[in-house]
Design a protein around this ligand. Sequence first.
Ligand code: ADP
Ligand code: MG
Length: 696
Amino acid sequence: MSFFRLDKPVQFLKGVGPVRAEALGRMGIVTARDLLYHVPRRYDDASTIEPLGSLEVGADVTAVGRIRSMGVIPTRKGLRIFQAVLQDDSGMITCAWPGQPWLERKLHEGDLLLVTGRVKFFHGRQLQPREFTVLARASDDSPADMAKGHVFSTYPASDQVPQWVLRGLFEKNLDVLLTEVAEEEYLTEKERSSLVLPGLGDALGALHRPSSLSSAEAARRRLAFDELFFLQLVQAQARYQETVLKPGLVFERTNELIRPLHEALPFKLTGAQARVLREIYADMGSDRRMNRLLQGDVGSGKTIVALFAMLLAAESGRQAVLMAPTELLAEQHVRKLRELVEPLGLSVHLLTGQLTTAKRKKTLKALSDGTAALTVGTHALIQETVEFRDLGLVVVDEQHRFGVRQRMALGEREIPPDTLIMSATPIPRSLAMTLYGDLDLSMLDEMPEGRKPVTTLLRYPSKRDEVHRLVDQELEAGRQAYIVYPLVEESDKMDLRSATEEYERLSAEAFQHRRVGLVHGQLSSAEKDQVMRAFLAGDIDVLVATTVIEVGIDVPNASVMVVEHAERFGLSQLHQLRGRVGRGAAKSYCILIAEPGEAAAERLKIFRDTSDGFAVAHADLRIRGQGDLFGAQQHGRDPVLRFADLTKDESLLVEAQGRARAIVERDPELAGDGVTRIRALMDHRYAERLKLFSVG
Ligand code: ADP
Ligand code: MG
C-alpha cells in the first residue's frame, strides 16, 4: 500500500489503459503524482492570441483555429508541403509545413490547432509554424472550453503520448487529482499568506490551467518552495548533526594575539572582512561546532581572515591548522603567515610530504606536545601518524580540490575541531545554499581598496601576432606571462591549439628569445611543482599551460594572462585564470583569444565588463543554466530542482532555509505532532530525490 493517494499507478486514472500506461511510463510518468507534476514546457497567453482575420503580414503571431481543409501539395522541385487552412470566427489563414507530408496522417479536419510563427505573403497570407500544438481533436466532446481558456499549456509529449492525449488526460482527471493533493499540504494558511504563496492544490491547478501567466508564475514559485524546503530540511538535519549533536569547542577570546595583529597590519580590514570575522568569532565562541564556508574572490583577503580565526584558537590554548591542496601553496601560505605573525613572536610550522625526516619528526613532536599552535600543511596533516595535543580549528583551503572525504577524516576525532572551508571560486549565494545547505555561509564580497583592476581584452585569432607583441613588451619590462590552452595535446576531433604543440611553436618562433616553460595536467605533481617553482623564481618568462594553474600559485611579477580558445571556458573558470595576474604593482592584462561567433562574443563581453567574481558567477549560472552545475546530482528524469530557478529564487530559498532550520532546531528528529505531515512527505515522497544531499 502506498502512503499518499497520488502514489497510485497512472493506470488507475481515467483514459489510461495498459498500453497508454506503458507509453506514459516511458516518459517518466508512472504514478498519478508524476502526471500531476508533469510541467508544461510553455504557456501561451490567449489574450495575446489574435483573431485569424486580423493577422498581418510580417507579424510574429500565436494563433488558434480549427482545420477546415488540408492536404499535401507537391512542388516542382519535388518538395512535398503539408498545408492546412485554419479557421476561427473572424477568418482563415493557410498554414504550410514544407517537407512534412507525414503530418497528413497526424492531423484531421476539425482539429483545433495552436500555431506560432511569422505571417508571410505567398498566394495570400501564409504561416509556416515554428511550433504547433493540437489543442483538441475533432472528435473531442468538450473542445469549445479550450479555446475559451485564458492560457494554453503545452506539455513535453512523445509520439505515443501526443499533446492532445495529455490534455485529454488532464481534462478527465485533474479535478479529482487536485482533491487528493489536499493530504500533502504542509503549510498552514497563515504560513502561506506570510510567504505569499498559493496553496498546493491551487498551485497545481494553476500549473495546468492558469488563468493568467502571473498565476502560472505564482504556481511555479509555490512548487519551487516545496522542493527547496525539503532539500533544506535534509541539509538542516545534517547541519544539526555536525554542529550541535557533536560536542563543540568553546573558544575564549582574550585578544592577547588578535589585538597585536590588528595593530601590526599595514591596512584596515574591509567591511566584509570585519563582518565575516564577527560571524566566525560567534561560531567559535559558542558551544556549537563551526562548519562554515568562506567564499571570496582571489585577493579578497581570505588568508587574513583565516589567520585571525587561527589566532582565536591559539588564544584559547588550542591548535589550528591550515590545509592547502599542494606543497607549493602550503609553502606560499606559510610564508604569508610567518610574515604576519613572526613579528608578534609567534611561529608557524609546516608539514608537507617533502620534509626531511628530521624536520618531519620535529614538527610531529611539536604537534603532539602542543608547542605547534599554528601549522600549515598538505594532505600530510591528516595522516594517521599525525597526533595533535588539542586540535581546535581546521581551515581548509580550496574545498573543490580537497574533497569532502578529507574534510571528514579530520572531523572523526573525538571532539571534532571547528571547520572553516575557504573557496576562491565564488558561486552565487543561491547555488551555494543549495549545494552546501548544511554549511553556514560567509561571503567576502568586497575587495580591499586600491587594487588595480585587470584590463581584459578580447581578440580574434587573426590578431594573435599583435597579442604576442604586447606580451613581449611586458616581458621586456621584466615581467612574466601565462598563455593558457584548453587541451594538452592535439586532438583529431577538434581543431584546437594544444599546450604541447604551441609550446614548441612559441619557443621556436614568437618567443624564441625568451625562456618558455610548459605545465599541464599530464605531468606528475613533482614535475609540475618544478616548473611552477621555476616560474615563481623568475627563471621562466612565458608559462604555457592548461588550466592546472587555475588554483595555482601567486606570482606577483606575472602581468599578462593570455587565454586561447577562450570560448571553450566557463566564465567562472576564466575569472579564476584572470585572478592569476594583477597581484603585483604592475598594470595587468587578461587577453582572451576567441573565434568570432555571436553566442561566445556576448558571454565574453559580459566577462570583460565584469570584474566582481560573484557577478561573473551569477552570469555564468544564468547563461549555462543550473542543470549543468548540479552535474551528477541531476540524475535521470527526476531532477532535484524542476521548479526552482536559482537565478531568481534566492529570497524564496532564504525563506525555505530559515524555516527548515527553525523546524530542525525545535525538533531535530521531526518527531512531534506538529510536523507529522512534513515527516511523512520527507520519508515517502522526497526520500529518493534527497538521498544525494544527506551529508550527515
Ligand atoms: P585571498 O586569500 O582571498 O586570495 P589574500 O588574503 O591573499 O587574498 O590577500 C591578498 C592581498 O591583499 C594580500 O597581500 C593581503 O595582505 C592584502 N590584503 C588583505 N586584506 C586587505 C585589506 N583589508 N586592505 C588591504 N590589503 C589587504
Ligand atoms: Mg564552537
